[in-house]
Design a binder for this molecule. Sequence first.
Ligand code: SF4
Length: 688
Amino acid sequence: HMRNSRIKRTKTVCTYCGVGCSFDIWTKDRDILKVEPQMEAPTNQISTCVKGKFGWEFVNSPDRLTKPLLRKGDKFYEVSWDEALDFVAKRLTDIRQQYGDDAVALISSSKCTNEENYLVQKLARAVLHTNNVDNCSRYCQSPATEGLRRTMGYGGDTGSLHDLAIADLLIIVGANPAESHPVFSTRMRRAKKKYGQKHIVIDLREHDLAHRADLFVRPHPGTDLVLLSAVTRYIIDQGWHDADFVRDHVDGFEDFVRSLEPYTLEYAERVTGVPRDTVIQIAQMIHEAKSTCICWAMGVTQHKGGSETSTAICNLLLVTGNVGRPGTGAYPLRGHNNVQGAGDMGCSPVYMPGYERVDDPAVRAKYETAWGVELPTSKGLDNHEMVDAIHEGKLRALIIQGEEMALVDSNSHYVREAFAKLDLLVVIDVFFSKTAEYADVVLAASPSLEKEGTFTNTERRIQRLYQVFEPLGDSRPDWIILRDLANRLGANWTYGHPSEILEEMASSAALMQGVRWDRLEGYRSLQWPVHPDGTDTPLLYTNGFPFPNGKARLVPAKWIEPTAFEPEYDLHLNNGRMLEHFHEGNLTYRVHGLKEKVPTTYLEVSPELAKERGIETGALVRIISPYGELKLPVVVTDRVKGKQMYLPMNTSNDEEAINILTSSESDETTHTPAYKELQVRMEVLRPH
Ligand code: SF4
């Protein structure tokens, strides 16, 4: 009996991707016995993927930070929380006195809860008096959010995973769900097999869903906008658009049609390399389908024209009337588990919680009343601008919550040089990351299993996680760290539980009015917007669009050519996720089973290129870009073609990290790095 009483079952939400699977975790003391999915889980029912099922051992890793660390010279020493937080508060105060409020910036984490993200932006705005606050969607999905907001109004998926499962036609552009959103990809495969759902995949690489697709299209890198615009033009030329929907619900049709003039079939074939018959075939499949969904991810967004291509996707859906009905819509697939929530909570230089603009005096007045402070009026910096501002000496202090910026931001050398110039770098993390090496103070945080709160998945679905373990050692949940730091800076935050933070957020953010802690009990969830009576919104735009006249907007999308490289950089290097690991690997490389399965990253090389260079699987090559070089083992595979190569981004090893190679180029509108625009050259170190 004694033994059994230590066995516990706790509901949690997976922290590995935006699908937002939820399940019960069985534990005994600090041991994880098993992960048990439940039928009532809204997105996954009884499914999980390998990360959700086996990826939790990192919480007990001996590498965990269990006490705050303070740098003295070149070394870090364990200190008490009082000493660490007093130090941070004093340094922040000194820096603000010397250089002004905007010399400080904060970056929140999409692995942290909504409540913790809310506190990061509140700390920035209400306590430190700056709008310099951002989150890691700047690295991935900000262009998708931008495309959606311009055209449809809300920066979120227009429907639910359920709509993707019942659509007639799914178009997947620049996304690899089988590895990045595995449970969702299982549902799509089932829809194909059971209901004959059609799949079009547009990608450089023949990943699992591409291999199984009804139509797999491989345009030249960075040319999706031209392809999609040609498809849209062809549809309108044929009179296949939804004229009634456009007349009643959409503005700007005539200007939009004019903007499509250059995108003839001939032009598209020349720029994208996709034969004109294939362009026609895509248009025909959309025309024949009763309902179409388009999913996209970083293969679209991480380009200089990422926002523009995202806009082109939304335009195509609007002219064909594929919005606001079951089985239709626009679905940027959110990568991290709470990347949607981090944006929703206002960790952004331009948006308050619920995407209300900080430069709107009425919005500011609302929060000034709610928070009892005066709010900053100057424009904030985004992540990308923060790095430049550090180099220029304008930004002197940075607080980074759980973000491995030294590895995941593009052009790593440039980012690390910036860190070295800071007067104060505070890192809040579960592990001593690469970024922490540059810190003055490292604050030991607790991962999701050690706290309560909510996460919001890719479908705008808010779900609660329950506490499985006590925080390890002296580590603390981020919301407690942020509260205690704010109070040392003169605030009077009395939060005793995350529920108080959630309900404070809901009392001001228009989109979240009906969000309540008890409405999220157990496996219950809410998809925003949530009305005061608790009614939520699984499918957006069933009654028009959130613009003053209730109509959506067609916005002509601008074609921005990918970055040009010198001819010596003759190979294209693409990058993305792999199934077994999460991001830079700080978590999953600490899970034995996963590490054993895939111990290291590898470079995918096409059979043609391997033959030309005389290399085989197992070869070792040096890959060189204008910004850095890496040594990588080779896997020869026909997933990639010709002079296009692929490197999974999942490694914490500098010798293999993709961003040593990437440039500082970025999306024109949102500054999301153009990670996918990368040309390199190869030197063979060992041929097999
Ligand atoms: Fe976790 Fe995503 Fe896998 Fe679900 S699909 S178990 S949310 S990593």
